[in-house]
Design a protein around this ligand. Sequence first.
Ligand code: ATP
Ligand code: MG
Length: 403
Amino acid sequence: MQYTEIMVRYGELSTKGKNRRSFIMRLAQNVRGALAEFPAIKIHADRDRMHLILNEADSSLIIPKLQKVFGIQNFSPSIQVEKTPEAIQASAQEIMQTIYTGKETFKITAKRSDHSFELDSNEIQQFLGKAIVEQFPGIRAQMRQPDINLRVEIRRDGAYLSYETIKGAGGLPVGTSGKGMLMLSGGIDSPVAGYLSMKRGVEIEAVHFASPPYTSEQALQKAKDLTEKLTPYVGSIQFIEVPFTEIQEEIKQHTPQGYWMTLTRRMMLRLTDAIRARRHGLVIINGESLGQVASQTLHSMVAINEVTNTPIIRPVATMDKLEIIELAESIDTFELAIQPFEDCCTIFAPPQPKTRPKMEKVLELEKRLDIDGMMERCLGGLKIEAITPEQTNEQMDEFADLL
Ligand code: ATP
Ligand code: MG
């Protein structure tokens, strides 16, 4: 049985009145991005639903990808047949033949949006119900919560049959809430923070601080691989590598170790904010979780946050580590994140960071540093690349082999 179409029901965006059009257009664009490997698929979006015309593309490959697109409540793969009672009956019986195991109850739900069709929805239900009972004499019809609900929709261009409703990812289409810069380390928390903000419609760009030669090529690759794990939700993500070596060396050389962490974090935040402004982002997102380490006490947060007024979203701030890990496992970033490549924070980690840094002290110590000069040199050395999903890369490699 080959599906010909997937009918997509929108999530929360149905309620968004005025913005609805741009929400739907963005969702269509994101679906297109997630299904880039299937250029034959046609997308028709209207006010209430989106229809993906598969044009022979394999639905078993498409369904898992579609399940990751935010803004979709659920979807039903369906089969298009000729708009005649005979063709509809044959297809309904074929579907039942494949799915009925002898135990399930069933129901037919018909909807006729093309009123020129010879049977109305009641008549379609009776006609098909009768045909199915003849096909399987023992089968039981059940109107409330049947095991199988076979839906038939008569539209202008044909009749559509479906029986599965697959749960979507929920949330809002990525991009409809604007853009944010995700501070992405190589750890467990920041990829989860990125995932959760995308789920609420935020388009993200990943900002990663690297301090070669103190941090390795593998640590950088790990951050890129983690970014790649977040791409199925959007299609592609810009990865911004920030050269952080000079700044860390300067801090280490000119300030007492108890303040390294606070000063380093303040520089990271200043730089992320400058990158955000250049790239027209609205907010900053990070993976801070209250109380996990010295930098994440409320006192530290206040001292670090002092460098900017830009809103900072901390999606995992109040989650327990185990809750974060569970999410990391479900988006497949956990295994990668626990690989032991040191990042810039671990390497320069002072033995005893202040958990209650004093603001006057911080400002006084920063006078010893050429903050503007360091920032300018750092921002001059950004490396930006687009990260795309694995499959697309493999496909590109295949094409490369052919050339
Ligand atoms: P994570 O698991 O995300 O690494 P963490 O619990 O290890 O978080 P920290 O290492 O203190 O906590 O980092 C707190 C947050 O600061 C990170 O979640 C991330 O958003 C940001 N951050 C830390 N290091 C980097 C880095 N090298 N590049 C970009 N952002 C970073
Ligand atoms: Mg970390």
